[in-house]
Write a protein that binds this ligand. Structure first.
Ligand SMILES: C[S@@+](CC[C@H](N)C(=O)[O-])C[C@H]1O[C@@H](n2cnc3c(N)ncnc32)[C@H](O)[C@@H]1O
Length: 338
């Protein structure tokens, strides 16, 4: 199979530099970044973490341009690699949510540690860090965060903040949660937002209407409000420590006896992050595809997916992976029908 593009239902993988594709891809709901780690792991991966911030910046800039407030970014790296890139992510508008630690367990280093030369404890982890792209509201040349903007709009209406509790039918939760500037701030649920918006537009000072509007023409609706933050589907029993061995057995893609890609991520972890941050038919980006585990997981979860991989050989292995997956899933469908 010799092509630079591979399509299969809702997913597409492309051979080339991700920088050449961002402008062509639709806005993502999920971005899975599993690129260079600063360990010289593959051609183009800087030999140390020091150069990672510089390497990632053009990509991060593009992600920021194409992301919406619904987008979640999952940034995989070594702990120090992530620490190095974090300021660049913040500079381009990404807000840190949580650092997840992938613990591959002792088996990952079994037989590989030379106690005489190592001079540090062996590493069996990677970080997968969740970021969101919060909206910014342009007010008189200033950029306000959602919590600042909510206060700003209520203040403009000329009514006291204490009124918000009455409007939301709560004792003090509105002032304590939705209109505080502290870290205890809480995104008002859609129904509370709708009550506040309606009340302000009915009873606020006439001259300032509309309140809670982005376009100065009409207020934000309940549905639009719900779309102003990243998706998150909570599942009980999952924490920020993920105990999962490195990929092995049938899942590991091999060329003869040799693993094709040392960084192949477990589908189980890709499923976890995609389920948590998207719904069916949403779009998942995987700019540094490798064997495109993120896009394969997206396909299995009925999402759309796009990936790019710069290395031709790896790209071809990724295409074969999808072909084989399609064949085996068709076969298993046929046998379950018979
Ligand atoms: C850590 S691996 C990804 C592994 C993948 N998550 C998986 O499970 O198979 C990173 C991949 O990004 C590719 N890569 C590096 N720079 C790239 C770029 N600018 N555009 C597209 N792919 C790139 C590398 O060739 C490498 O295969």
């Amino acid at each position: 199979m010799k092509t630079d593009n591979y399509k299969n239902g809702k997913i597409k993988i492309q051979h080339g530099d991700a920088m050449d594709f961002y402008d062509l891809w639709e806005s993502p709901v999920v971005i899975i970044s599993d690129g260079p780690y600063g360990i010289g792991g593959f051609p183009g991966d800087p030999p140390t973490h020091e150069k990672l911030a510089e390497w990632y910046e053009p990509h991060i800039k593009k992600w920021s341009e194409k992301a919406t407030p619904q987008t979640t970014l999952w940034f995989w790296n070594t702990e120090v690699g992530w620490a190095t890139v974090h300021p660049v992510l913040v500079k381009h508008g990404w807000r840190y949510r949580t650092c997840h630690i992938w613990d591959k367990g002792l088996a990952h280093i079994a037989g590989n540690v030379n106690g005489k030369s190592i001079r540090k404890l062996p590493v069996v982890t990677e970080a997968c860090v969740q970021y969101v792209k919060e909206p910014q509201f342009d007010i008189d040349g200033h950029k306000l965060s959602t919590k600042e903007w909510l206060r700003h709009e209520w203040k403009r209406s000329g009514m006291p903040f204490s009124k918000t509790n009455e409007v939301c039918d709560v004792k003090d939760a509105a002032t304590r949660k939705y209109f505080t500037l502290s870290h205890l701030w809480y995104f008002p649920p859609a129904e509370a937002f709708e009550k506040l918006q309606r009340y302000a537009n009915r009873h606020g000072e006439k001259s300032g209407k509309p309140y809670f509007s982005i376009n100065a023409k009409k207020p934000i609706t309940r549905k639009e409000w719900a779309g102003l933050r990243a998706k998150f589907n909570h599942e009980h029993g999952i924490t920020n420590v993920w105990r999962e061995p490195s990929v092995n057995g049938k899942e590991r893609i091999k060329n003869g006896m040799k693993s094709v890609h040392l960084n192949q991520k477990p589908l189980k972890l890709m499923h976890l992050i995609i389920r948590a941050s998207s719904d069916e038919n949403n779009l998942v980006w995987e700019p540094f595809g490798g064997l495109c585990s993120g896009v394969l997981a997206a396909m299995q979860l009925n999402r759309h997916g796009v990936a790019s991989e710069i290395d031709k050989n790896i790209f071809e292995h990724a295409m074969n992976r999808f072909e084989n997956y399609s064949k085996t899933s068709k076969l298993s469908q046929q046998s379950s029908v018979q």
